[in-house]
Design a protein around this ligand. Structure first.
Ligand SMILES: [Zn+2]
Length: 203
């Protein structure tokens, strides 16, 4: 992985590879929180930010379940991240962090094209730190708790159905996959190879 070890608040508090729990239609559900895979929508829908929902890791071995987990095409996930960090899309704070990463190398994002933003920003990826919440860029497979062998995998386009969330429209940002150069796409294929391998029969 080219990315730095993230030392943001979230990561320092062991909020990694975690299982959360909530009740849906009278049934206890277990769910793996994978950033950028409808994570916020699911948390908000089931109010997991408001009440205790983290299953202590010590209990994992006693859980007899196949936790729910959302997966996503790695390229579309990466492009969505570019949109969050480089355009007014998604949580506003991420845009500020993306723009500040460019400012650190002397680039004024307001004065260049979107393609140039992407190009400069991709050059900054190894420098992103906990301040930028670099963990968002980690591959999906990084987030899978190793204690479980099996998951109930849910594709992004089934999230609203399975989790009863609002319909979202992934891939609606200004930066699109078609704007990436072949070299940039190759970076995604190689950096997220574990994800492509893991999900190969599901994508
Ligand atoms: Zn982090």
């Amino acid at each position: 992985m080219i990315y730095q070890k993230c030392d943001c608040w979230y990561c320092l508090h062991e909020h990694r590879q975690i299982i959360l729990t909530f009740e849906m239609n009278g049934e206890r559900q277990f769910w793996v929180d994978i950033p950028k895979n409808a994570s916020q929508s699911i948390k908000e829908r089931w109010k997991m930010n408001e009440k205790p929902s983290i299953v202590p890791r010590l209990l994992y071995k006693d859980l007899d379940c196949k936790p729910l987990a959302v997966y996503r095409d790695p390229m579309s996930r990466f492009v969505s991240l570019l949109n969050h960090y480089l355009t007014y899309s998604g949580p506003y704070g991420r845009f500020l962090k993306g723009i500040s990463a460019l400012a650190d190398i002397g680039v004024d994002a307001e004065k260049i094209s979107l393609e140039e933003r992407v190009s400069y920003f991709m050059g900054c990826l190894p420098k992103l730190s906990g301040f930028h919440q670099v963990h968002h860029f980690y591959p999906q497979t990084y987030w899978i708790p190793k204690e479980f062998q099996e998951y109930t995998w849910v594709p992004m386009n089934k999230v609203s159905e399975v989790f009863d969330t609002e319909n979202t429209t992934p891939g609606s940002g200004k930066i699109t996959k078609d704007m990436l150069t072949e070299t940039q796409k190759d970076f995604v294929f190689s950096e997220y190879k574990d994800d492509y391998d893991y999900f190969k029969n599901m994508l």
